[in-house]
Design a protein around this ligand. Structure first.
Ligand code: SAH
Ligand code: SF4
Ligand code: F3S
Length: 443
């Protein structure tokens, strides 16, 4: 039987989708290989969020030509957001690609592979308003058997001015809560200790049951948290405009809902936020930060930010730095603005901040955030955390690593402890990225 090799780029949702693809093809008898040299089909699940994400894929395709020369029967397919954005254009531009499949067309993969085997080239990129792959049990690929993703919704229709996602993922739709709970229960019974509920904007999750009752995100969280107190629940991403007190109250009620909120700010300036079509002001954002601190005093807060969006002035950039000083994020994903085809920014604004200015602004944000993260971590010294052990530390075989509820990585001496268990660890030292600790008997 034919074997497939899946390579995944981009966000957690793409990783979750690759598991759906793995499941769909597995049911048809395809086997997954971890050795690319043994593959009959290479499926590359791609990201289109920034230009460099796409350049990376183009480079990878070029590299794979050597392998294709050695294995003439090998076929390469492009899945995911870049497939959706470029459609048949990808078949024209990349001569070693045989099939292009968008995020809502994965059920067609078995048929597509049959066509491809006959030597045809094909693109399936229709988006759906309903597809959630609800009935498909994802087959985990490179999992650690401890922590798993559960996709709870698909698509996004916020249309932030810079963002390509609404075009590559289609309309927002929520998945049936029963199938989500079943997934969580099944994972827990298989030994998983942590699930992360995924969506571009999880706070706008809403599903109407057959009897007309509406299930919102706080209620869904509550149901997942009730699967077991030993199952940690995380979620990403929250849009600041929809982060409700009700959700924070549910979080406060369940200690197994992790104390970590990812709240992308994008900019610390109101004119920029408006231009970005974010639907909140800095005042609103800071009000949400206050609410988090009030309900969940031990919650970590992380963010995404964009440097050098269209027409951003030096003062406006300073406002972003000021926002970072005020909130004191525990972690941040920091990006240089990249103009994406078809977005509002591309059609109506000017990408006029020079590249070197974008780079310098980004570096200033990175430097400041590095200082803040280190200071935040230094305050952790002496505290004791319950840590879910995930595996052996990358630096030393004698050490394990895991995460606390706040999603901070903690490294400690192995002792007799095992991955997949909870241990209490006292923080004794730190870097800006990692906490270092020792196991103690109790919290
Ligand atoms: N749904 C999430 C984010 C998804 S994309 C949200 O709304 O917050 C992840 C991050 O990539 C975004 O938060 C943003 O910071 C960044 N990003 C998106 N488009 C970008 C672009 N064109 N240039 C640079 N960064 C971008
Ligand atoms: Fe993109 Fe905005 Fe949707 Fe996030 S909320 S995926 S940034 S359009
Ligand atoms: Fe990239 Fe698509 Fe995710 S563009 S960030 S893989 S939704």
């Amino acid at each position: 039987m034919s074997s497939i090799y899946i390579e995944t780029y981009g966000c957690q949702m793409n990783f979750a989708d690759s598991e759906v693809v793995n499941s769909i093809l597995g049911k048809e008898g395809y086997t997954t290989t971890k050795d690319i040299n043994l593959a009959d089909y290479i499926l590359i699940n791609t990201c289109a969020i920034r230009d460099n994400a796409e350049q990376r894929i183009r480079k990878r395709l070029h590299e794979l030509k050597a392998l294709q020369r050695q294995h003439p029967q090998l076929r390469i397919g492009i899945l995911g957001c870049m497939a959706e954005r470029l459609k048949t254009q990808l078949l024209e531009e990349e001569d070693n690609v045989s099939f292009v499949v968008g995020p809502d067309a994965y059920r067609k993969l078995p048929t597509i592979l049959q066509l491809v085997q006959k030597g045809e080239k094909t693109a399936e990129t229709e988006l759906s308003t309903e597809e959630t792959y609800s009935d498909i049990q994802p087959v985990r690929i490179d999992g650690n058997g401890i922590s798993a993703y559960i996709s709870i919704m698909r698509g996004c229709q916020n249309f932030c001015a810079y963002c390509v996602v609404p075009y590559t993922r289609g309309r927002e739709r929520s998945r049936d809560p029963h199938s989500i709970i079943e997934d969580a229960q099944m994972l827990f019974s298989q030994g998983y200790k942590e699930v992360t509920l995924l969506g571009q904007n999880v706070n706008s999750y809403r599903f109407t049951e057959a009897d007309g009752t509406l299930v919102g995100f706080p209620e869904l969280m509550e149901r997942v948290a009730q699967v077991s107190p030993l199952l940690r629940v995380r979620f990403a991403t929250s849009h600041p405009k929809d982060l409700s007190d009700e959700l924070l109250q549910v979080m406060a009620k369940y200690p197994n809902i992790c104390r970590c909120i990812h709240l992308p700010v994008q900019s610390g300036n109101d004119r920029m936020l408006k231009l970005m079509n974010r639907h909140y002001t800095t005042e609103w954002y800071l009000n949400r930060i206050d609410a988090i601190r009030r309900y969940l005093p031990d919650c970590s807060i992380t963010t995404d930010v964009i440097a050098g969006f269209c027409s951003e002035t030096e003062e406006e950039h300073q406002d972003t730095l000021a926002m970072f000083r005020t909130v004191r994020y525990d972690y941040a994903y920091m990006f240089k603005f990249s103009l994406r085809p078809n977005t509002y920014a591309e059609k109506h604004l000017h990408d006029d901040v020079p590249e070197e200015v974008k780079t310098r602004r980004l570096e200033e944000i990175i430097k400041l955030q590095g200082e803040i993260a280190l200071e935040n971590n230094q305050k952790e010294i002496g505290r004791v955390y319950e840590v879910l052990v995930e595996g052996t530390s990358h630096r030393s075989k004698e050490q394990l690593f895991g995460r606390n509820s706040q999603n901070k990585v903690i490294v400690f001496d192995r002792g007799n402890h095992q991955p997949g268990t909870y241990v209490n660890v006292k923080v004794t030292n730190c870097t800006a990225a990692t906490l270092i600790g020792e196991v103690v008997e109790q919290a």
